[in-house]
Design a protein. Structure first.
Length: 89
């Protein structure tokens, strides 16, 4: 009987190792997917910003509206300076 018990123990150990390996693969896949999603979100934001800025430069969108939006949304001093906005009161 010791051979059967040893075999069962070895198989249980192998099963635990495989489960850990599977969990690591799933975690890696989630990390890759999250990184891809963040990259896609950043790309969308950059493209929207570029389009909006080009519309303002071409006179197709009111710069005052954009400045009001930015004034309301930005709080960091260095971000506000990029748009010529003074310190937030």
């Amino acid at each position: 009987m010791p051979k059967i018990d040893e075999r069962i123990e070895a198989l249980e150990t192998k099963l635990k190792q495989l489960k850990v390996q599977h969990q690591r693969k799933e975690a890696r896949a989630r990390t890759v997917a999250a990184k891809r999603a963040r990259g896609e979100e950043l790309r969308r934001k950059i493209l929207v910003g570029a389009i909006l800025l080009s519309k303002v430069e071409a006179g197709e969108f009111d710069e005052a509206v954009l400045k009001r939006w930015m004034d309301a949304a930005l709080s960091r001093e260095e971000d506000r300076a990029l748009f010529g906005l003074g310190a937030k009161s």
